[in-house]
Design a protein around this ligand. Structure first.
Ligand code: URA
Length: 441
């Protein structure tokens, strides 16, 4: 077998066998295949696709390219959650404490943000002292302590995916459904949980721009889960506009605290409660209950303060600091740079998630390059969302940087122009986008 034959076979629309895929994954992991051949292969997959069996074979081979977490000594069904990424996506820090407060062990391995999408690890690292590098040998003790843990994906977990993802990022081969499906599912399988709930974001600020592609991605991941023996539920959510009102690390964690203390936007709550109820359905707690009942039970955990208490336990368990009111101590403080006001009256008809994400990144809240240092205090506050009525002179959005203000005025101007393009005001009231587009299991 040689790599050139595999590239040519895929280029001509052929179907690869398990051994051919294993040969490719082994060569990537052991660095015996040069980057130019890997890149050519990825481009051939982007154009010619992969069927369900090829995608599953790729997923399993990638998940076995490193360590597989063994969570079997943690009692109970372990349910994992993952999002395909978005702007203002602060679901995990609210969801985990809710689910853990039902006694369901949650082991969540998350990633860092790259480009316009934020990363959960970065958000937690905006809390002073919070440590996200948790060795698998500590998983059990952390779960015993507070019922959940939040860790970064270690380099020995699906290392083949790590290498491929970095190459895809610089070769224009990220938006391939089989490559996205296998990338996400290989890490979820290696993470060792028993069942998986996926948030498939759809819209301008997501990888999947339209519902048909999102549905196809969901179908692929459910099919991989079936063949790998792990039940998968996909919740398709809208990413036409950012989720909630804050974008940026500390700003989003402030919104998290607001939701956990019984406030916060209905939009964020709707996504969190839907995801939480789907996770509970996969466990003995919720398997015989309908979504409405489960969502009401989860909402009660927000109202009665149990979820907020659990959130504090998670922070303390991983070395983070809390204030006397139970909210986190952050590593910096967001400072408002400017607020922009509406120039005319009407209804918000566009609040483009991609542009808001890019503007936030320009302010320093995200990484342009893998090794960029994030400004934890940077980001954007949105006062108006799609469908909201607005009067001339009312606040539209504010830009923030941290106290160290590492970005120059040029970047702030660029972010401002992007934000001005992100918003549109029209005379007609548009329908408010639905947060949940579909649940597929
Ligand atoms: N997230 C991943 O982990 N992989 C992808 O390919 C896309 C999103």
């Amino acid at each position: 077998m040689n790599m050139l034959e595999l590239i040519e076979k895929k280029r001509d629309g052929g179907v690869l066998g398990k051994e051919e895929i294993e040969f490719f994954v082994k060569g990537v992991t052991e660095k015996t295949i040069p980057d130019y051949q890997i890149s050519a292969f990825l481009m051939a997959v982007l154009f010619k696709g992969m069927d369900d069996q090829e995608t599953t074979d790729l997923t399993i081979a990638m998940s076995e390219s490193g360590k597989i977490c063994d969570l079997s000594d943690i009692p109970g069904i372990k349910v994992d959650k993952h999002s395909t990424g978005g702007v203002g996506d602060k679901v995990t820090p609210i969801l985990l404490p809710i689910v853990a407060s039902f006694g369901i062990p949650c082991v969540k391995l998350s990633g860092r943000g790259l480009g316009f999408t934020g990363g959960t690890i970065d958000k937690f690292e905006s809390i002073d002292g919070f440590c996200t590098s948790v060795d698998p040998s500590e998983f059990k003790s952390k779960i015993e302590k507070c019922g959940m843990l939040l860790g970064g994906q270690t380099s020995d977990l699906a290392p083949c995916d790590k290498y491929l993802y970095a190459l895809r990022d610089v070769t224009g081969t990220v938006p391939s459904i089989p490559l996205i499906a296998s990338s996400i599912m290989s890490k979820k399988i290696a993470g060792g949980s028993d069942a998986i709930v996926l948030d498939i974001t759809c819209g301008s600020g997501a990888f999947m721009k339209d519902p048909d592609s999102a549905r196809e991605l969901a179908r692929r991941m459910i099919s991989i889960g079936k063949l790998a023996g792990k039940p998968v539920t996909c919740v398709m959510t809208s990413m036409e506009q950012p989720l909630g009102i804050m974008v940026g690390n500390i700003l989003e964690m402030q919104e998290v605290v607001s939701v956990l203390t019984g406030n916060g936007s209905d939009e964020v709550k709707k996504v969190v409660l839907t995801m939480a109820s789907e996770m509970l359905k996969m466990t003995p707690v919720g398997k015989d209950l309908d979504s409405e009942t489960l969502m009401a039970m989860c909402e009660e955990k927000l109202k009665n303060g149990e979820a907020f208490e659990k959130f504090g336990e998670l922070i303390l368990s991983q070395g983070g600091m809390l204030q006397s009111d139970g909210s986190p101590v952050f590593v910096d403080r967001p400072c408002e740079v400017m607020t922009v006001y509406a120039e005319c009256s009407g209804y918000i008809s566009k609040c483009d998630a991609l542009m808001v994400g890019e503007a936030s990144c320009l302010l320093g809240a995200g990484r342009m390059e893998k090794d960029d240092v994030i400004d934890m205090g940077a980001g954007i506050r949105l006062y108006k969302k799609i469908g909201d009525k607005v009067s001339r002179g009312e606040e539209l959005f504010s830009l923030y940087t941290g106290t160290k203000n590492p970005v120059g005025d040029d970047r702030i101007d660029e972010a401002l122009f992007k934000m001005q393009d992100a918003y549109e005001i029209s005379d007609q009231a548009p329908a408010k986008p639905k947060e949940i587009l579909e649940v597929i299991s």
